[in-house]
Design a protein around this ligand. Sequence first.
Ligand code: ZN
Ligand code: ZN
Length: 241
Amino acid sequence: MKDYIYKYEMHSHTNWCSACGHNSPQEMAEAYYKAGYTGMVITDHFLKGNTAVDRSLPWEDKMRAYWRTYEAAREWAQGKEFNVLFGVEHYYGDGKEVLTYGIDLDFLLAHPDLHEYPLPKYCAAVHEAGGFLSHAHPFRHAPYLDGDIPPHVEDMDAIEVFNFYNEEPDNLKAAALAKKTGLLTTSGGDEHINTGKAFGNAGVVFATPPKDNKEFVSLLRAGDYKLNVMGETVEKDWGQG
Ligand SMILES: [Zn+2]
Ligand SMILES: [Zn+2]
């Protein structure tokens, strides 16, 4: 029997590329490392969302800003049993966002104005590059969001069924949608600060720790992982009972 013990954060922000982030990539990496994680994906807000990147810069400079953030955390992690992976949280409209994994700088440079693509085209481009998509907090309700607009999950690989900062009924609605659609599930802390409460309480758990974005996506695609929900390791159908 496999031992699912390697914790990875699936959803995190830094102040280099997220306007709502409070800490540098190195500080966030250190916080996850100290909290016992084996890895993390940095998923800063992409250009249509709450980015900290200057939108007036040329495309290449903007994409290098995202990549530099990831590389800074990666450099911090060198020599440690800790894997930093690259992702973005792409805002596609109506208060809805999609967590995007398994893409790299070459992909970003090859797709100018990626953030302006209609969602199906965005998803197709990511999939063509071998990437993986999880719909972030599909039922988050907040004063600034229109809760009546349904999430578009048609082109997703997964649904973020547990988001640490969501309210429980919103997470359970997401789990019900995963059951209905048969999509995979993910869990994320959505942490924006290194003293936050999500550390240890969200993410996915692997039996073998993926070292790079490719290994990471293939384990996700194979469904070879469990979820971390409030510090407990649970099955992927969490909340679907
Ligand atoms: Zn944010
Ligand atoms: Zn987020």
